[in-house]
Design a protein around this ligand. Structure first.
Ligand code: GLU
Length: 316
């Protein structure tokens, strides 16, 4: 695995396609050529290559974890009452709600993620963000911090998200003060992680909520299943269908250049490369996942994947 990661790094390091996000001014400032890869196993092993320790802001990758936490602490029915689980096919920052339900399509687009922040604010008030940060830190296996410059940069320029927040307030998807709710959302997006952190966070999901290194139960079992399902169908912006088809690994990407992938019961995969394609996904990240999935047979519907151990054992 170590060798494979090194080779993948070498194979794709020369790819300079795409460009870093610059609509949050502070995001454009990092070195666009950083490239880090990491894989953590459900057995607690870690493999890495390149700039695997380089830090970047988690951005939308946080949406998967915030959803997972909300399902547990708010309750599945209450969460699903406010946000759907349908792929929207729209851009992440689309100002579009499901016309049938008047709810955001899913928790992986901004409108859905701001709704999740709203639900957490309703229940926990000012304690909502510390709760998110604590749980995500436990999933990473170390204390995570917020990049204050990126947070402030988005706070000052995030007018589109502010507009989405007010529309959500208007249609009752959120009930609290829009500014306080956006503050949670902007802070969660500005949490600093490395490819290694993402690999452990993915491995915690893969290991049904228990961090494979610390042994700590971080996430609720049922919430993990719900989260992986939504990552599989909605995690890669408007490339989610193509991704499920070509790669077949539940994943979530962020405009900071990170992607987290989860191979159920087996692996967490973290990649970081800031150059993004037109859909907002890391160009090299996609290539690495495509190669990993095909070289190691990681696609969820790969013929070598035996599926539920429980059912197979009953049939034996
Ligand atoms: N904070 C970013 C935004 O709301 C996150 C976007 C993303 O990573 O997709 O615009």
């Amino acid at each position: 695995m170590r060798q494979a990661l090194r080779e993948l790094h070498e194979r794709h390091a020369g790819d300079r396609g795409g460009a870093p996000a610059d609509y949050i001014p502070e995001l454009a400032k990092g070195d666009p050529d950083r490239f880090g890869l990491a894989i953590a196993t459900a057995g607690g092993e870690l493999f890495q290559a390149g700039d695997a320790l380089a830090e970047f802001t988690i951005q939308s990758v946080s949406k998967a974890f915030a959803f997972c936490i909300a399902i547990e602490v708010i309750g599945r029915a209450a969460v699903l009452g406010r946000v759907g689980v349908e792929p929207s096919g729209d851009a992440f920052n689309a100002i579009v709600f499901d016309p049938r339900t008047n709810r955001p399509f899913n928790p992986m687009v901004n409108a859905g993620a701001i709704t999740i922040a709203g639900l957490l604010h309703e229940r926990f008030g000012d304690a909502a963000f510390p709760l998110l940060l604590d749980r995500m830190s436990q999933a990473a296996g170390q204390r995570l911090a917020v990049d204050e410059a990126v947070y402030r940069s988005e706070l000052e320029t995030g007018h589109r998200n502010r507009a989405i927040g007010h529309l959500l307030r208007n249609c009752g998807a959120i009930t609290g003060p829009v500014d306080a709710i956006l503050d949670i959302y902007f802070r969660q997006c500005a949490i600093l992680v490395s490819a290694i952190d993402l690999a452990w966070m993915g491995a915690t999901l893969a290991h049904i909520g228990e961090h494979p290194g610390t042994g700590r139960q971080v996430f609720d079992l049922g919430a993990v299943r719900d989260t992986l399902a939504v990552m599989f169908t909605c995690g890669m912006y408007d490339y989610s269908g193509g991704w499920a088809f070509n790669v077949g690994i539940p994943a979530k990407s962020g405009v900071g250049g990170g992607i987290v992938g989860v191979v159920n019961r087996q692996l967490g995969i973290g990649t970081f490369s800031p150059r993004l394609d037109a859909q907002g996904n890391s160009v090299r990240g996609i290539r690495v996942f495509e190669d990993l999935a095909s070289d190691f047979g990681l696609h969820a519907f790969e013929c070598l994947n035996q599926g539920s151990v429980f059912v197979t054992s009953l049939l034996r």
